[in-house]
Design a protein around this ligand. Structure first.
Ligand SMILES: [Zn+2]
Length: 191
């Protein structure tokens, strides 16, 4: 799975074999499309998407090329999920967040649980990316909550990336989806 800010640019890059395989670095080529998905964005807007699939010309692995506004296997956009994570990092509970976002309480609770479980890993991704881009972007605030640390570090790194690339149009959460390779709610790797 590859998260991309610009789906059209990624398709063009695929057709030119200019998109590298995340596994081995060899060129990917277009390999049909993934199934149709409906995803809920902010304010109840429904997005219907059918992501491209790519296959590596060397290791043969296939990857879904996903719009960075979305996360794999989630029925809500990263903006909606990110809003919930940010609220939780600021101390809001899952019930008021669910009501505010019009998302079932169980769904919000599972997002928060997943993100908290890998908060330390997410934090380290944010800090590493932040340092690589701009040492001054490092968050300095002391916080009690690991999730708050993680969100802050990721947001700082996403902002620094945006400044570096000049891609002001991409939302901060899309940039975070790229940084975390779509694994915002995935289990942290072992070790
Ligand atoms: Zn490969």
């Amino acid at each position: 799975m590859i998260e991309v800010i610009d789906v059209a640019a990624a398709r063009l890059a695929l057709s030119r074999r200019a998109l590298p395989c995340p596994g081995c670095g060899s060129p990917l080529r277009l390999w049909g499309r993934a199934r149709l998905r409906t995803v809920r964005d902010a304010d109840g807007v429904e997005l219907v998407v059918r992501p491209d699939r790519a296959r590596c010309t060397a290791c043969q692995a296939t990857h879904v090329v996903l719009d960075a506004a979305l996360l794999p296997r989630r029925a809500y956009s990263v903006r909606v999920i990110g809003h919930a994570l940010l609220g939780a990092a600021r101390g809001q509970g899952h019930r008021p967040l669910a009501a505010e976002l019009a998302v079932p309480e169980d769904t919000v609770r599972s997002w928060l649980r997943r993100a908290r479980r890998s908060a330390h890993h997410l934090w380290s991704i944010g800090v590493q990316a932040g340092v690589a881009l701009d040492a001054d972007a490092l968050p300095t605030l002391e916080r009690q909550d690991t999730l708050a640390y993680a969100i802050e570090a990721l947001a700082a790194a996403a902002l620094a990336t945006r400044t570096r690339l000049g891609s002001q149009s991409a939302s901060l959460w899309s940039q975070i989806a790229v940084l975390t390779r779509g694994r915002l709610l995935a289990p942290a790797p072992a070790g």
